[in-house]
Write a protein that binds this ligand. Structure first.
Ligand SMILES: C[S@@+](CC[C@H](N)C(=O)[O-])C[C@H]1O[C@@H](n2cnc3c(N)ncnc32)[C@H](O)[C@@H]1O
Length: 377
């Protein structure tokens, strides 16, 4: 029996390879949609990625800019987030052709499938080599909260004078927070607090201190917050905060621990709600962010209160970044919170050595900054 089963497996592999290669070639040669549809009906594997470049039928149809075929393939279950050997998705190809119609079809398929599956499990690695980038499992300090909170952090200033908080992950340094994000943090505080009807007595909540950049901007407002709560979980960051005098600042209250430990506690719920809430953690994934979103109705003071978060998931690929941005908007909308987005140009120093030898976790030229508010009833 065994050799025969083995032989059958081989045959099936060969047939799938043959049909898959043929399917992709036919698409690239412009075969009519009816012929492609018939090939799929006859068993040509829609999931196949060719041997030469690792492209899928969806990549091929997108290269051909054939909207109807793209729709058909999506309808038949094409893998919307397959990446070829160069880590390019069909969405990236549509983007490079500036083909909005095809791009939207693929992006919406991605959004639907992620919403359906409910959860985007693990934060993607910049150098992921799997096909399913959004679901990459990462148990290191960059993707596992437990591993991160048990790791040693380094605070340093690089050759460009940039402040960095670093963690060492499997042979490489990863920035937990880097000085180049200062413009993002400045803009975020401006957009959350200026103007605000409670500007003279703001109540602010920030989750994740890092380098203290965003907290520094809150403190630099013309009227520093009346109450400024900071939740921080990492012992090395807490030591840094103590050394920099944050525990003694007027109005500042440091809650030592994970936000999950405090989210339902009287320390937060007893404040009567916050005027501005920001969250920017590390090693957490979209699932955690989504859980935080769901607590917002209890945490925001009123219709003037604003929420923002570091929108950095998927930020090494324009297509995945767009998917995360849309999914967060849809989830926030689902809990009655509406988001407006603005762009922050972060391309200015991209080639200016801001990464050094560390992992590049944000390689896009534009940061999409969210400002969210409870919808008026
Ligand atoms: C990217 S940094 C924040 C940077 C900050 N926005 C700034 O302007 O400098 C992330 C911070 O979140 C902290 N952190 C990670 N997971 C956390 C959690 N579950 N609860 C609270 N803090 C967390 C990390 O220790 C780190 O200090």
């Amino acid at each position: 029996m065994r050799p025969r089963i083995f032989k059958m497996d081989l045959d099936i592999d060969e047939i799938a390879t043959d049909l898959g290669e043929r399917l992709i070639n036919d698409i690239l040669e412009g075969s009519p949609i009816d012929a492609i549809s018939a090939a799929l009906e006859a068993g040509a594997p829609i999931w196949y990625q060719n041997q030469l470049e690792g492209i899928s039928p969806l990549h091929a149809a997108t290269y051909m800019q054939d909207l109807d075929l793209v729709k058909l393939l999506i309808e038949k279950g094409a893998v919307w987030n397959a990446v070829d050997y160069l880590k390019i998705t069909a969405g990236d190809i549509a983007l490079s052709y500036n083909n909005a119609a095809i791009y939207n079809v693929i992006r919406d398929a991605g959004i639907r499938s992620e919403l359906l599956l409910g959860l985007l499990e693990k934060r993607p690695l910049a150098d992921s080599s799997t096909t399913l980038i959004l679901r990459d499992e990462d148990t290191t300090a960059s993707g596992s909260s437990e591993a991160f909170l048990g790791s040693k952090l380094k605070y340093l200033v690089d050759d460009h004078g940039q402040d960095i908080c670093m963690v060492h992950v499997g042979g490489e340094d990863v920035g937990v927070m880097m000085g180049w994000e200062t413009d993002i943090m400045r803009e975020t505080v401006q957009k959350m607090c200026n103007p605000h009807p409670n500007a003279s007595h703001l109540k602010v909540l920030n989750v994740g201190f890092g380098l203290g950049i965003v907290d520094g901007f809150f403190q630099s407002l013309p009227n520093p917050p009346k109450e400024h709560v900071i939740i921080e979980a990492h012992p090395d960051v807490l030591a840094f905060m103590r050394a920099k005098g944050w525990y003694g600042k007027k109005g500042v209250k440091v809650l030592e621990g994970r936000w999950q430990d405090f989210i339902d506690s009287p320390e937060l719920l007893g404040t009567g709600g916050f005027d501005a809430i920001y969250t920017d953690t590390f090693s957490e994934d979209y699932t955690d962010l989504h859980q935080f979103f769901e607590k917002l109705p209890d945490l925001l003071a009123d219709g003037n209160s604003r929420f923002s978060f570091f929108n950095g998931l998927g930020a090494t690929n324009a297509f995945f970044y767009d998917i995360y941005t849309h999914i967060s908007e849809l989830h926030l909308e689902g809990i009655g919170v509406e988001v407006t987005w603005s762009d922050v140009d972060v391309s200015f120093d991209a080639k200016d050595g801001r990464w050094g030898d560390s992992r590049e976790y944000f390689t896009l030229p534009i940061y999409r900054l969210p400002i969210a508010k409870m919808k008026a009833l």
